[in-house]
Design a protein around this ligand. Sequence first.
Ligand code: M6R
Length: 614
Amino acid sequence: MCGIVGYIGTKRAYPILIKGLKRLEYRGYDSAGVAMISDSGDLNVYKAKGKVDNLTEYCSDKDVSGCVGIAHTRWATHGEPSARNAHPHYSQSRNLAIIHNGIIENYADIKTKLQAQGVEFKSDTDTEVLVRLVEYIMEKKNLSLLEAVQVALHQVIGAYAIAIVDKRDPRQIIAARKQSPLVVGIGENEFFLGSDASPIIDYTDKVVYLEDGNIAVIRLGAELRVMSILGEEQELKVKTVDINLGQIEKGGYEHFMLKEIFEQPECLKNCMRGRINVEGDHVTLSAMIDYRQQLLNAKRIIIVACGTSWHAGLIGKQLFESLCRIPVEVEYASEFRYRDPVIYPDDVVIAISQSGETADTLAAIELARKAGAFVFGVCNAIGASIPRQTQTGVYIHVGPEIGVASTKAFTGQVTVLSMLALCLANERRTIPGEQYKEMVAELTRIPEKMEEALKTNEQIERLAPIFTYAKNCLYLGRGYNYPLALEGALKLKEISYIHAEGYPAAEMKHGPIALIDSEMPVFVIATRDRLYEKVISNIQEVRARGGRVTALVTEGDTQICKFADHVITLPDTLECFQPLIASIPLQLLAYHIAVCKGKDVDRPRNLAKSVTVE
Ligand code: M6R
């Protein structure tokens, strides 16, 4: 939610900041802005509503000189998307400029108090309140910028990643974080700032992930200093990042989403690499070695997640219950955190998150840890907050996911949950050894079967225009395919803005069947499994009411084509791995429908990739 970039060094800051903003545009694109201290010592702030390209156009005739600057791409929380509310925000004297990702919850109180002291405001944002508070403290108490930031951060309640520059001291940027991510890159006589490492990796692989409550003093010609808000120096933990540029560029595809859909076979190989042995019949997860007892003794598993990650959690529930015989609850992290839930010390809480920065999931983790539960993370972004705040976990290793609509992270999460369930089932002896081996072997065959599933792309591209008229769509599935119905519907909603609902197919007769007519496309995941015959009956119920059925079926199926308008054929696999294969046509369907409707697939309206506000 909002992307932050910063640079201080000997190079021109502007191109570095703009390139960084483009990398972070997935975090928000309501507006973009830069603040740079120019060669002549002015603090220039330029902002534009909308995407980064609008900003560069606006800046085309402006003074963009200078070797220090901060920049921001916004996902609006307080104040409508507009140039006026865009970051950076000046202080009243225009000596300071700030960028911020997060929410200052008590901004209204602070604003009222500052207004009573004669401080004026130009925007509706919480962020402007913070920079004006910092300046007020500097002047009133005669403090340095660093000292004033420390005092101000004591007064604010909320979440923040901030960076501030002062034109009277062009060799310094002050940055701080609480609950919103911030990374400092360390180069040769230069420093970088980013909400994640993607704006930094072109220049250096040495980074420091700031911890909650840390302030970074970034001073040219000096060592990076990290301290607490109270001023206590913190040990500098310099990490080496391992992301290559190819991983975050489009690689010839029209959109990141399409690239990420097509990458999935390779991603899942990476996810399993080193975890499934070369013989392909045994899984080893280091988390299982290090925390064996906590995991094996779990009386209950609680999965906390949001959005697509929550859908992966629903598949995880079925895996853990059927293979390991451990009861599982799957919770929306945003509800769990405020529900006063019953958590026992022998519960294992699994937090699933692509970004590792989702505020609601982080809050759910904190709650679980306070209750004494063992918390296990399933995350994609290396070094993000969730892997740092869980006792242990597993990275899904699918590489950076840039498309706002999650695709490869979903299948990576399901793969990790499958490996974990198989490990636990084997250790707990809840499935026979032979079955365990066969299941592991089948998991290793999934990437190859995904390649087959990707061959449906052309058929789906041809079908997509048929559905662009739709105002509503229904997705039906049962068993392991029910969470997939939810996920298919979410994908369509997010990027094509068509209302869609996922339903357990048999629940349809308890209400939603009333919606069915010839205008309503119904997508049914009808792959061959225990419930296959029952799903056929559900399809007939839809057909009898004039509904238009598109069915995903297993190769060799001869029955469903009799009732369905369109049939998409997929390779066979075990029932529990079917969502890994069937997610591909559903992702492609959402993608091609959105493209046909002319929508901005990678940057759908109102959404952000990483939801770091609650
Ligand atoms: O980064 P996370 O997995 O924690 O994100 C959770 C949701 O915000 C995310 O899955 C969202 O629903 C996606 N846009 C779905 O495509």
